[in-house]
Ligand binder design. Sequence first.
Ligand code: COA
Length: 407
Amino acid sequence: MNNDTIDETTATGPDNTPGTPATESRAASTYRPGLEGVIATRSAICCIDGEKGRLSYRGIAIEELAEHSTFEETAYLLLYNHLPSERELKEFSTLIARQRHLPLSVSEAIKKFPVGMHPMLALQAAVALLQGEDFYADDVSSPIHNIRRAISLIAKFPTIVAAFDHCRNGEDPLPPVSKYGHAENFLFMLMGDPPDRAVAQVLDKCLILMAEHTLNASTFSARIVGSTNASIYSAVSAAVGALSGSLHGGANERVIRTLYSIGSADNVPKYVDEMLDSAKKIMGLGHRIYKTTDPRAPVLKSYIPGLLDKVGGEEFKELYEIATELEGEVEKKLSHKKIYPNVDFYSAVVLEILRIPIDLFTPVFAVARSVGWAAHWMEQVDTNKIYRPIQEYIGDLNRPYVPIEKR
Ligand code: COA
């Protein structure tokens, strides 16, 4: 029997009693809430050591990439599985620059999006709309076409986010400028001023650090949708939807609101006690995989003092003080549960200092993660088997149908 089909004999349970758990196949099953600890795919893209707090892309430690690489080079590495030669990088960067413009159908649609829409939903919708300009999107059989689609999609993410931000404010979107790199372009399209090189470099490093992170909820969503042979637009728009949730990428937005609501570093101990007493989770802390510090957090934190010197702002200095105080307090009170700052904690502070609107924090994360999603989508369609896990049925069994007049 194929495990993919429901086995009626076992579906009714061993003794046919109502409420008896029944699995959909004869295969032994162990229910793991949240699929914790379940190996759901094999991948050669990214590696996390959650105990030691290590993260690498295609075998290269993220600390090294953040120090020496650029977003474009890291994107190339993730997509092609090797660091590019000078010529390859130049060609790749040119290709990205050429693909940044949105097709008219999509830029016109963005102008009509409801202004109150969350930017993540606008991004999700715009990504899906891009399929309308790719006539052969459903044919995923050609690796060359797939990688071209991936590059085109990655290139357009910042343009979509910046365009929606301008449109909801009643302004005209700014077109991308070919002389700027990815991060510089994004800042330019958002803010309208020629970007400061050093500031853009910090954003570039953030994008590197957030570009990929194995089989998290959004990447898994991309792989599940990809496993049906759906297009990259379907897979990636599903991933954007998954990233928008507060337990995933949406946490960075909530981190900054939390830090402002705490108000001052002196209030931190009281805030932590209140949260713990009411069994509430503090945003930007904890991780399903890392049982020690998320390696991205200290790297992001290290950019903040230099950024503060560069851009100034007393309110940002205070914000940083609150964040470091909160980190210290949580270390005292929660390290026994292995709860430490995750990527959202200090990336939120960095993005706030860069003066990115708060509800664009998660879209910035998506701009970076578009690379990981695309790489996973390509890996999935290359080695595909459609995802179809089984469930354990815990509902009633063998209930009679009662005619409506007798209920
Ligand atoms: N603040 C306070 N306590 C936390 C916590 C947080 N942010 N995250 C986890 N804990 C506690 C839980 O209350 C639980 O305590 P208990 O064992 O006494 O019940 C324990 O740590 C394990 O937490 P659990 O929710 O089971 O871990 P998980 O692996 O299912 O969840 C997260 C991981 C990321 C969803 C979770 O840590 C969280 O919600 N964090 C806040 C949101 C966030 O920052 N998300 C971005 C992730 S990159």
